[in-house]
Design a protein. Structure first.
Length: 169
């Protein structure tokens, strides 16, 4: 499967591009919501609401899925089953949770009756930056985290069958 390894640089470029757009969107959307002000005209608020909803549903979420897909593909192609990759996956999971929180905030501000104040954009921005810096540290430094207690089944493939029947070709 040498041709698959030839795809690795291209997959890495796609992955980095998708992550950059995902993170930029997660930073931009709360800033857009911060423009939500009860004093502005209804038409302006409707425009902000449509833009944040469209950006979240049709741009940021699909790009997030593609970033996770390309990253997962790279893990399996390169067979990177080390402790630092599991730390990265924990931080990516937190980034996905932040993504869901931003989506919930968009819905709460725009779709739910009553008065809802979006959080200050500084809160999600700091959270996202801290997660991204953590991911970058783990990916670029690849620290030796061998002294952390990890179960052996997390560190190597066990070549076991799935717990259910798989279709036969």
């Amino acid at each position: 499967m040498i041709w698959i390894e030839g795809l690795v640089p291209h997959l890495k470029a796609l992955h980095v591009s998708f992550v950059a757009v995902w993170v930029a969107g997660l930073i931009a959307l709360p800033r857009m919501l911060a423009r939500h002000d009860r004093a502005i005209m209804q038409a302006e608020f409707a425009q902000i609401r449509r833009a944040t909803h469209f950006g979240y549903v049709w741009v940021i979420t699909p790009v997030a899925v593609l970033a996770i897909f390309t990253g997962s593909t790279l893990i399996f192609i390169r067979e990177v089953f080390t402790v630092w990759i599991f730390g990265k996956l924990v931080l990516v999971t937190a980034l996905v949770a932040t993504h869901a929180w931003v989506g919930h905030t968009i819905i709460a501000v725009a779709e739910t009756e009553g008065e809802h104040e979006p959080p200050e954009p500084l809160v999600p921005t700091l959270l996202i930056f801290s997660l991204v810096i953590g991911v970058l540290f783990l990916v670029l430094a690849k620290p030796e985290l061998g002294e952390l207690p990890m179960p052996s089944w997390l560190l190597q493939p066990l070549n076991r069958q799935l717990p259910f029947d798989t279709p036969k070709p």
